[in-house]
Structure formats: structure tokens, C-alpha cells
Design a protein around this ligand. Structure first.
Ligand code: ADP
Length: 458
């Protein structure tokens, strides 16, 4: 069944991105929005717009009945969930299909299977994908946790099977700590996710975060190579690159192939991301989880491969086979994305919603700015602070960093405080340029006052 009218169950820059992809495919669009988002750019761009509830997301963007009603009222035949909100909610995917509509993403069972991280580990093992050494599945009691921890060796991480956003994670350095912290992790997970299930993983020291983009049509799956997302603050990605630097050809091929194998093994449909930790010292990589949706950082992959990931996920949702084969996907040059958030990085990243009084956006070869802004736009305070993503593409990583510095210099968002100064300082950092970074690098760098020093010099 081909999609004629697509409803976008999201907001902000990703809603704009999805509308553009739909337009390129000749599909008409319905944008849902909350009462606080009437002035949103995506509402102006879509063919139709429907208000689905008040400002709080729980009553609008997360309201399954309201969104399904909007689809029925407008005659939409498919729903794109974007990222966040309902994108990884298997109940929503099921409800969409039960309503006779197409969910732009994998089927509900795949979301369920990958959403339980202990089950996802087991699926990865079955597909031959290396996982972080740890328990085979969930650990049901203290004795099982201890056996698993002793097998892989301390220190270990206690993780929540239903986890996300780093919640429920604890480090245990010895048996005593494990016995003390496991019950805490269990109750935190039960409170946060309604599921106290735990599993054990070996703690990898200062790993890098490398992830692989996959695309599937339910029968076949391909990968679109890898991204480096090691610059994180509070487990949130801040600066992303395609590809990862310093990997040997063999490691890159093995890593990317393992992700496509995993996607194929579950009959994956749509765009997904397989996340790994990479140990610089040993060259080993380990699966940690799969995200069954489009990701914020997808544009860096689009820049280096030329594949329109959002259009492709809409096409396969409509029943088309993948339009590209693995051999046709190649990487040219290097791309970097930075997240421009309405936050003040010099004041503990305090949110800074407000009115955008003036706007100047960098342009030129190899520069892309995915955003939902216009002059005079009042940024509502109710949602994620992401304003846009500045993406650059150049022949080499060094040139991409230079181009990023230049592009940041010509980005002006008047009336707001944004994370732009952080990215300027990062672009000038010698360790970042040399690739001496890992997931534990950025927070100490901030604590040591590097940003303040750079801002004072500027
Ligand atoms: P969540 O789903 O809660 O975000 P993840 O399993 O994706 O949790 O891990 C989030 C981040 O935590 C990773 O990007 C990495 O920085 C760190 N991390 C996770 N597992 C390990 C591990 N076994 N060793 C070291 N760091 C880890």
C-alpha cells in the first residue's frame, strides 16, 4: 500500500525534516501540534494541521487516542513518529496498525524485543554480534548477579533491562557494592520503567561510543556505515561525526556488517541504529543497544553517503523494497553535526527559551542547518531545548572541523543564549582535533573550566 497522506506525530526540527522528505516523495502531510505549538514552522509547512491537546506532552504529543483521532479526521494513511515521544512505544505502533494505518518504523514486536535491553543482548548474541561481557539475560536475584559479575570480573555495571537515559545504572567495584547497589538499581528501574529487571555488564574503561546506521525493508537490511558520538554530557550526545576516526578497515567492516546482520536477523523495517562501545586500546567493539527509530544525528550519515534516510524509511513503510544495495552505499569525506540548544553553556546549561529576534544562518558548500526557526518565533518552554543542528561536510576530518568553526562563526540567533560557544570552543580544542576523546572526556573538560576560558578569550 503506498502512502498518500502522512501524519507527523512530533514537533520541532524533526517534524520539518519529515515534511521535506514527504514532499520530495509527493506525499501530502498532516502536522499535529499542541496548543503551545500553533506558531511552529512545521504547522506552516504542512498541508494540514491539527491541534491534539494542551502544552504538556502527556496530553498532546504522547496522547495516542488524540493522535489516532487526528489521523482519522484527516484521512491520513500513515504516521511518522520522529524520535523521542511515541517513537519507541510498541503499544503506539500496535495501535496505529490496529487502526488500519501504517506505522513508519519497525513492527511492534521488533520494538518490544529491542526495547528490553536484556532481550536485545540475547538477540545480538544469537546474530553473532559481540556484546559487552556480562549476564546472559536478566539476573533474577543477588546470587545470579554475583555469579555473572565474578564471571566477567569487577568492576561491573548494573543496568535496567527496560533502561533508557542512563537511569537505573550503577557501578559496582566488588561483591559488597554489588549486594548493596543491586536493590537500589532494581527499585529505581521499577519506579522509572515499571520493570525492575536487571542485567550485568562489565565496565569498559573510557570507551568510545560508535553506532551504525541500518536500513531494512522487512526482508533485507543494509548498513550506512558508522557515526562517532563520544562527546556526551550526562549521556546526551553533543557533537557527532561520520565516520568514526582511527578505525582499521577490518574493524569498520566487521562493526558495520554486524549491525546489518542483527537488523536482518529480526526482519527489521525502517531506519534504526545499532549502538556499540569501542575500546580504543584493544580495538574491540561491543553491542549495547538498538534504537528502533530515526536519530537526531542521522544527517551526518546522509551527508557522507548521500542516502536520504527519512525518505527511505517512508518508502519501505509503504511496502517498497530498499532502493539501494549494500554495494551502492559508499562514504565520501567526513561530516560533523553539533546540536544548537536554547541553553546557556556558561551557566550550567540552563534552558533559555525566548523570542528569536534576529537570525543569520551559515550557507555554502558542505553546510546544512536543520532547524525549525524563523525571525520573531517564540520558543516555547515546554519541550526539549534543541533549536537546530548545524552539519558540515568536507573531504577530511580536519577540513570538516575548520568548516564547522567557520560556520559557527556565521550563525547568529539573536535574543537567545545557545550552545554555540561550547561548539566553538570544542572546534578549537587540540585533543578533539587529534581524536583523543571518549565518552568520559567532555564532562571533566567542562569542569576544568575550558569553556569559560575560551569564552573569555573570544
Ligand atoms: P541508556 O539506554 O540508559 O542510555 P546505554 O546502555 O545506551 O544506556 O548506555 C549509555 C552510555 O553509558 C553509553 O553511551 C556509555 O557512555 C555508557 N556505558 C554504557 N554501558 C557501559 C559499559 N559497559 N561500560 C562503560 N560505559 C558504559
Amino acid at each position: 500500500m503506498t502512502i498518500r497522506k502522512l501524519l507527523i506525530a512530533n514537533r520541532g526540527e524533526i517534524a520539518v525534516r519529515i515534511i521535506r522528505a514527504a514532499q520530495s516523495l509527493g506525499i501530502s502531510t498532516v502536522q499535529v501540534h499542541s496548543e503551545a505549538d500553533r506558531d511552529m514552522l512545521a504547522v506552516q509547512m504542512a498541508d494540514e494541521a491539527v491541534c491534539v491537546g494542551p502544552a504538556p506532552a502527556a496530553q498532546s504529543y504522547l496522547s495516542i487516542p488524540a493522535i489516532l483521532q487526528a489521523a482519522r479526521d484527516t484521512g491520513a494513511d500513515a504516521i511518522h513518529p520522529g524520535y523521542g515521544f511515541l517513537s519507541e512505544n510498541a503499544g503506539f505502533a500496535r495501535a496505529v496498525v490496529d487502526a488500519g494505518l501504517i506505522f513508519v518504523g519497525p513492527d511492534a514486536n521488533t520494538i518490544d524485543r529491542m526495547g528490553d535491553k536484556a532481550a536485545a543482548r540475547a538477540t545480538a548474541i544469537a546474530a553473532g554480534v559481540p556484546v559487552v561481557p556480562g549476564s546472559k539475560g536478566r539476573v533474577e536475584d543477588a546470587a545470579q548477579a554475583l555469579t555473572a559479575a565474578e564471571e566477567v570480573g569487577f568492576p561491573v555495571l548494573i543496568k535496567a533491562a527496560a533502561g533508557g537515559g542512563g537511569r537505573g545504572i550503577r557501578i559496582a567495584h566488588n561483591a559488597g557494592e554489588l549486594a548493596r547497589l543491586a536493590p537500589q538499581a532494581r527499585s529505581e528501574a521499577a519506579a522509572a520503567f515499571g520493570d525492575g529487571g536487571l542485567y550485568i555488564e562489565k565496565l569498559i574503561t573510557n570507551p568510545r561510543h560508535i553506532e551504525v546506521q541500518v536500513l531494512g525493508d522487512g526482508t533485507d537490511a543494509v548498513h550506512c556505515y558508522e557515526r562517532e558520538c563520544s562527546l556526551q554530557r550526562r549521556r546526551q550526545k553533543v557533537w557527532e561525526e561520520a565516520g568514526a576516526f582511527g578505525l582499521s578497515t577490518e574493524t569498520r567492516e566487521a562493526l558495520c556488517k554486524s549491525a546489518a546482520d542483527l537488523a536482518r536477523s529480526v526482519g527489521y523495517r525502517g531506519a534504526g541504529t545499532v549502538e556499540y562501545l569501542y575500546d580504543d586500546q584493544s580495538g574491540d567493539f561491543y553491542f549495547i543497544e538498538m534504537n528502533t527509530r530515526i536519530q537526531v544525528e542521522h544527517p551526518v550519515t546522509e551527508m557522507v553517503t548521500g542516502v536520504d534516510l527519512v525518505a527511505e524509511m517512508i518508502r519501505v513503510a509503504g511496502g517498497a523494497p530498499l532502493s539501494i544495495t549494500q554495494d551502492e552505499i559508499t562514504v565520501t569525506g567526513h561530516a560533523i553535526e553539533v546540536r544548537i540548544n536554547a541553553e546557556d553553556p556558561l551557566r550550567q546549561f540552563m534552558p533559555f527559551p525566548g523570542k528569536l529576534t534576529s537570525m543569520r544562518v551559515p550557507e555554502g558548500t558542505g553546510i546544512r542547518f536543520d532547524h525549525f526557526l524563523y525571525e520573531g518565533y517564540q520558543i516555547p518552554p515546554f519541550y526539549d531545548s534543541l533549536l537546530g543542528k548545524l552539519i558540515v561536510h568536507a573531504p577530511t576530518r580536519d577540513q570538516a572541523i575548520d568548516l564547522m568553526a567557520e560556520a559557527l562563526g556565521s550563525l547568529e540567533l539573536g535574543g537567545l543564549r545557545t550552545t554555540t560557544p561550547l561548539h566553538k570552543a570544542l572546534a578549537a580544542d587540540p585533543d578533539l582535533r587529534a581524536g583523543r576523546i571518549h565518552t568520559q572526556w567532555l564532562e571533566p573538560w567542562l569542569e576544568q573550566g575550558n569553556l569559560t576560558a575560551a569564552a573569555e578569550e573570544a
